[in-house]
Design a protein around this ligand. Sequence first.
Ligand code: ADP
Length: 644
Amino acid sequence: MGEERENDLKKTSPPPMGNQQPGNRGNNNTPPNRQGGPSFDRLILFFLIGLAITMLLNNFIGRAFQDAAVKQISYSEFMDRAKEGKVQAVNIDETEGKIYIYPSDKDTDRGMVQAYYTGIIYSDTTLTEKMEEYGVELNAEIPTRTSSIMDTLVSWVIVPLIIFWFLSFIMRKASSGMPGMGGMGAMGKSRAKEYVAEGPKVTFKDVAGQDEAKESLMEIVDYLNKPEKYKEVGAKLPKGALLVGPPGTGKTLLAKAVAGEAGVPFFSLAGSDFVEMFVGMGASRVRDLFKQAEAKAPCIIFIDEIDAIGKSRDNQLGSNDEREQTLNQLLTEMDGFDDSKAVVVLAATNRPEVLDKALRRPGRFDRTISVTQPDKQGRIDILKVHCKKVKLDESVDLDAIALATSGASGADLANIVNEAALRAVRMGRRLISQEDLFESVEVIIAGQQRKNHIMSREEREIVAFHEIGHALVAAKQKNTQPIQKITIIPRTSGALGYTMQMPTEERFLMKKSEMLEELVTYLGGRAAEEVQFGSITTGASNDIEKATDLARKMVTMYGMSDEFGMMGLEIPGSQYMDGRPVKTCADETMVKADEIVRRVLEEAYQKAVHILTENKAILEKSATFLLEKETITGQEFMDFINEP
Ligand code: ADP
């Protein structure tokens, strides 16, 4: 369709020269630290952890000691001790009803005890005299054991230092790969999985359709196979290539195939694996990954979702230090690694527009390889690749499946074949039939059938008329696609029924007249409800959403309204994802555009009502038939239309 936009990736201007020297980057906080020892940030982190643990220990253990240091004794024992001169002072706490007794130096057998307590005996009125007699201070200040400098030193300096030393010892061991340090060991080390080409290795034969991408990658394969050939001439090959395309189009598969073709090791890691909660960890993972890769050269490093670390460093509210450090480290490594070692970094993203420009300057990811949604031939090829692994019967026609799956990615198609195989097994068959494949296309589009979803007769009737409304309007307008199937069996996606249209050929452009007819078809469901029952339901919400979206695009993006002519009012939000469109005009202009969209939709709706009113007899007959059968084929429906 008209979304075929010129690839503006190539137009990005090179970043300013000042930005290109490693070490010249203002915010490169990570000192080059190739030994993998703890960074300054980490040292501070450990010290703070040590201090926090010490505070906890002081608090808990101190309290435990305090509890152990106060011991209960009987009143008579208190008197005996006082008499023997073992008591220095007492404190009478009337609110608690306790007397606290502080031993004197004479009390040599007190051990850890700092004070005793006993209950107040109110009948003993001579307590005060007795205390004076024995030379015991009454209600004196509580003698506290003043903590010595040594104690303070031990609890606030030495203990944190020991904990700090212990933590950095563990980290050092961990990053040098101490056996048995599994959990912690994984922290600073790169988690790159080495993809070992065992069993059937992935080659370009397994990647169907992406011929342009394969061609660009062929050179890299050749370089990895015979680096000397390039060195002889003095040619330098790109160190990195960026695979750009929508999700599921085979970017990872292509990277694996490059490794498979060249017969070299393949290290793969996702961008998000680098960014962890520990500061400095991402950068150290990058270092480790490159160290591992250099040791295995020639090889391939594959970084999936590179946008997780490679997002532009400017234009952001609030920076993310950890991500920036990781990105800086990646740039430094790419600049720094030995040219003579054939290490190629491939990275994948579906949001190239957010990537930092520094990533794409020459010497880094300077090649951009577009991996696109497959066209019809591409889909046939992908289906063929995946069908090789399963058994098909002679009814299978992959052309028809490819035609019905316009817009599906390679991953969707792989999924469809697998679903069909599962269905064949469920049905007790050994071969996959065309019906299995079609059914699984529907499962991928609309979800599983919900056979036990019980609807009232009235609701089923409304759904039947609604679906026939779409089909009849589509069939009566000469330019719309023939109908494949109409069903009123609810699906797990929430659809209560649907009409499947079948394109006869792959389309890349759409005419304005066809788009207008498409709008009428979308609104045919709601129109049928009104024509038949005189009332409307919530069932049309999805149709309304799609119709509005299409009408809006016609007005704001495709220049198809008389009022705005060639003026574009919106641009697509993201090239490869379903981002919201971005407005490029004034708010008042948008208000006018909304009014035009409303008018276009209203006209389409009136046209649908008109078609259905004129063909009410066919509408009623075919809807009744659908209600009875639940699913009818396009041919059965066309028979009603062609009836004399
Ligand atoms: P991406 O990395 O672009 O998101 P993947 O490479 O992970 O997509 O693709 C997922 C799966 O989809 C692959 O493992 C493969 O089975 C299937 N697939 C995608 N594209 C193709 C293709 N062009 N040819 C064959 N299979 C494909």
